[in-house]
Design a protein around this ligand. Sequence first.
Ligand SMILES: [Zn+2]
Length: 92
Amino acid sequence: MAVKRIRKADEKTENHVKCPNCGSIYFKTTKEYVAKEMAHPGMIEMLEPWKSWGWENGFQDRTGGIGDLFCPGCGSLLAPDGKLTIQKKVVK
Ligand SMILES: [Zn+2]
């Protein structure tokens, strides 16, 4: 009997923000994230364990623009054209 994995309606996903340069993921989106709008620091939140390590200290100016959204790994802008690169992640 073939068992097909059915995606449950209540399955929760998080939008992880991928660095377009090195592919690293240090952030997820917040409730402020709107795909059509220009990215800004309020749209992202640092993931663990980096958040606990205090790496988000440079990302707390919520009034900034796309120039303040950069990858802690390689220093590249996360949204060079104003759009974040999103990778869906299922969370339990
Ligand atoms: Zn990077």
